[in-house]
Design a protein around this ligand. Sequence first.
Ligand SMILES: [Mn+2]
Length: 384
Amino acid sequence: MTSSADAKKKLAQLMAVFVPEDRVLIALTADPDSIASALAVKRLLWRKVSHITIAYHNPIYRPDNLAMIRLLKIPLKTFRRIKGEHFSKVVLVDSQPHHNGEFAQFKINVVIDHHPPAPQGPDVMFSDIRSYGATSTIMEEYLRAAGVRPSERLATALIYGIRTDTGIFTIPDVQRDIEAFLSLYPYASAGLLRNIQSSEMRIADINFLKEGLRSYVLRRNCVYLHLHPSPNADTLVQLADFFLKVDTVDMTVVSGVLGDRLVIIMRYLGQLGRWNNVGKMAAEAFAGLGSAGGRRTAARAELPLARLEKELDDLRSDTIAAFVRKKVASARPRHPARPPGPAKTAGGTAPVPKEISLLPPPPPLAPGTGGPVLLPEKKKGGQQ
Ligand SMILES: [Mn+2]
């Protein structure tokens, strides 16, 4: 944790950027962490500058994100509705200038973020980039250094930001995030949090869930689902997470055609004692066909249909579904228990990622009970 003297020094440096006449824009790629962090910056600058606007550039689909904005009454504008020249200072939170071309339209003065920094660092008056689980955690330190008691709305937003970006503390090195969470918790509203968290789906998504329950394919503990027509990518992610809840399922592959691309979402439990990595599986399965990769437990591939057209006989949905199953199955290790240690990769040896798992080790299986469900690799009637 940053010492309180260090935190006060950083706060002083941040505040020194601003003068009372400033009209401040807080720019972001909207998600719970960035929105909460923007609220915290706004609170720090309250009565210190003449005007503050929070604006984002990306479409927001996720119902929990929309519920957060609605329930916490967070005022947000889109980049399209603002003009850069109306602002004398621009603060970028939870992102860095090179992350998105949309940020290039502003002269950015302050960057506060938790993503890995670019080698040369941002060229700004003040930057604070730390490898915490969430930018909301960095902002909690600023608020504490400033002696600010967060409002219910701000504390709830920051808690939701931390919760979301750390996957409820299931990523490595979350010590500081847990401390920030605990210090914010007494000020937050449990009821509002419950309301935001339970807004996972829109009624339109239920139809995709219904179709998913009808047409999924289970092979070697992996659920495959290809949806046609396809919902947006966020809903594909939700369905991938949903099928992972089944006790005998440890991996999900949910795909759909979005515009001119096939989008494939992969989720994996990454059990203890196994050396499997769904990011590497995605990269291997779809190498040369588009972009593919991710982390040990979550991956994504986006393949241009123009490229697939050369690979497949046709682009019918059952042809695409069979292609995805075949590619993933071929990249999936047959032998689950590989000894832990440096894995061979194209670039040499990669370090074993440090991962916190909240899962208890699986109980030993009695012969003939609860073992892996092995389905023959054959065509099932009715699947898409
Ligand atoms: Mn973040």
